[in-house]
Design a protein around this ligand. Structure first.
Ligand code: PLP
Length: 399
């Protein structure tokens, strides 16, 4: 048999955040020590899932919650999600509006599968979280990046959104707080995006996985501002409850005028073909939402110190410009000499990896149009890793 030919849709998949790891592993094989600042996983460093939530998972397994769950998610968890969204984001949704998924990643896949037809355009922030780009393409749609403005803390440029809307546009994605830029969107800007969506009858998808991880300004949920405009909200447990490996997320339909009934039904059909998300993890998710919430504040307090440290160090380096993130745990600095000393951001990332032993992600992996010329680093690493990484990077930039 000739080498088996795989589908174009899988051959072309890219996910820069993990695609760069191979280069680091090769160096590790040669005995080099690598500092990983590429993946937004606090649990890989010195953060841990709160103990009462871990206990709830063990209890769920030991008490027999090891069966296939309901496809759309366990009812008690969906009820707890509604209470959480009401309490923290002032959103009124019913358990029937909620679908539990294996991480927000699956919620992205399911919503894109239900929305995108061949040739459809999906508007997303530039730079964007790569899954949106990849899944839009996977389903033969086209990602269209709207500009976010670095000089304004990476706020969306709503004029650019208006200009780029075409007859093929189906949806506008909002990622707030944002990965990779750490931007927290102004209420006025979100309202403006909602107005544009309403004018053109577009669906809004709002990824709010970092809603609890903000450092000063208050986060306001898109659905709260939307009033009578339909929104699909996406959120999960990976970040707020330090449970990245548990793979628990959800999406909900804020649908005050009943426009999303078919979408809701079809997403639920999608959940049936993958049976259910992990049942014991869902039980622990109920404890996470209903239990004490101090753990979230403690995490944010720790992250705030690391953000301040990382931004200060980066701003002091020659040839790097860095805006202060207001949410999430990423920095997205501009590297001035990309385009001259280094041809591309990938070339810069590989040079830093080889000479400084620090793994970053090239900005173009978040959409080249607005991401190139930058790199993304996480600041959810432990202080020791952050300090060493910044020392190495500073020495590298000096040279
Ligand atoms: N959405 C955004 C904006 C993210 O940053 C991430 C992960 O980093 C995800 C979704 C995926 O999260 P999950 O672990 O819930 O799949």
């Amino acid at each position: 048999m000739k080498p088996f030919k795989v589908s174009k849709r899988t051959r072309t998949i890219e996910y820069a955040i993990r695609d760069v790891i191979g280069f680091a592993k090769d160096l590790e094989k040669q005995g080099k020590k690598i500092l990983y600042l590429n993946i937004g996983d606090p649990v890989k460093y010195d953060f841990d899932t709160p103990s009462h939530i871990k206990k709830a998972l063990c209890d769920a397994v030991n008490s027999g919650s090891n069966f296939y769950g309901a496809s759309e998610g366990e009812k008690e968890l969906r009820e707890a999600i509604c209470e959480k969204e009401k309490r923290t984001n002032r959103i009124d949704i019913a358990p029937d509006d909620v679908v539990v998924t294996s991480g927000v990643s699956e919620a992205i896949q399911m919503s894109m599968a239900a929305i995108v037809e061949k040739g459809d355009e999906i508007m997303m922030p530039g730079p964007t979280y790569p899954s949106y780009m990849s899944y839009a393409q996977f389903y033969e749609g086209k990602p269209v990046f709207y500009r976010t403005v670095e000089a304004e803390g990476w706020q969306p440029d709503t004029d650019d959104i208006r200009e780029k809307i075409s007859k093929k546009t189906r949806a506008i994605i909002i990622i707030n707080p944002n990965n990779p830029t750490g931007a927290l969107y102004d209420e006025k800007t979100v309202r403006e995006i909602l107005n544009i969506a309403a004018e053109h009858e577009l669906l809004i998808l709002s990824d709010e996985i970092y809603d609890r991880i903000v450092y000063g300004k208050r986060f306001v949920s898109t659905s709260y501002l939307a009033k009578d405009i339909p929104v699909v909200g996406l959120n999960g447990f990976s970040k707020a409850y330090l449970a990245t490996g548990w793979r628990l997320g959800y999406l909900y339909f804020h649908d005050p005028t009943g426009k999303l009934a078919e979408l809701k039904e079809c997403v639920k059909k999608e959940t049936r073909i993958r049976l259910s998300s992990c049942t014991p993890v869902q039980k622990a998710g109920i404890t996470a939402l209903k239990g004490p919430q101090e753990c979230v504040k403690e995490m944010v307090d720790k992250l705030r110190l690391r953000r301040d440290y990382t931004v200060k160090r980066l701003c002091e380096m020659n040839g790097i410009g860095c805006t202060q993130p207001e949410g999430a745990f990423y920095v997205f600095p501009r590297i001035q000499k990309i385009g001259s000393k280094w041809k591309t951001d990938m070339e810069f990332v590989l040079d830093v990896l080889n000479k400084a032993g620090v793994l970053l992600v090239p900005g173009s992996g978040f959409g080249a149009a607005y991401g190139s010329g930058h790199v993304r680093a996480v600041f959810c690493a432990d202080m020791n890793t952050l300090e060493k990484s910044m020392d190495n990077l500073e020495a590298f930039m000096k040279k």
